[in-house]
Design a protein around this ligand. Sequence first.
Ligand code: THU
Length: 116
Amino acid sequence: RQRAHAPYSKFQVGAAILCDDGSISSGCNIENASYGLTVCAERNAVGAMVLGARKPVAVAIVADSREPTPPCGMCRQVLAEFGGDSLPVVSRTLAGKEARWTMAELLPHAFTRSFL
Ligand code: THU
């Protein structure tokens, strides 16, 4: 989170993905002067993850929000590509408030490769 490039929103987000081999891949949000090119922390963590392990067992998110930040819709779809319905997603605020969801709760009826 501290490495986030978020000069426009000032909303810094960190994400970490624990994989079945014990590795942890992390990411932060990277904004752009062309705002629509912003990439969230979660998707950047997935980008780091695919360089190594690819079986997530848990996802963590941290942001300085009043309530724990859930992943955006686009990130939910990208996480669903690699994690199953039961993948736990844990989000915390800097004050330590925590929320937990499963991927199935965040993205019911996910579009997956099984439809292709
Ligand atoms: N953002 C994330 O990185 N992850 C989320 O889960 C929600 C939003 C970023 C995108 C943008 O840089 C900033 O937070 C404000 O939307």
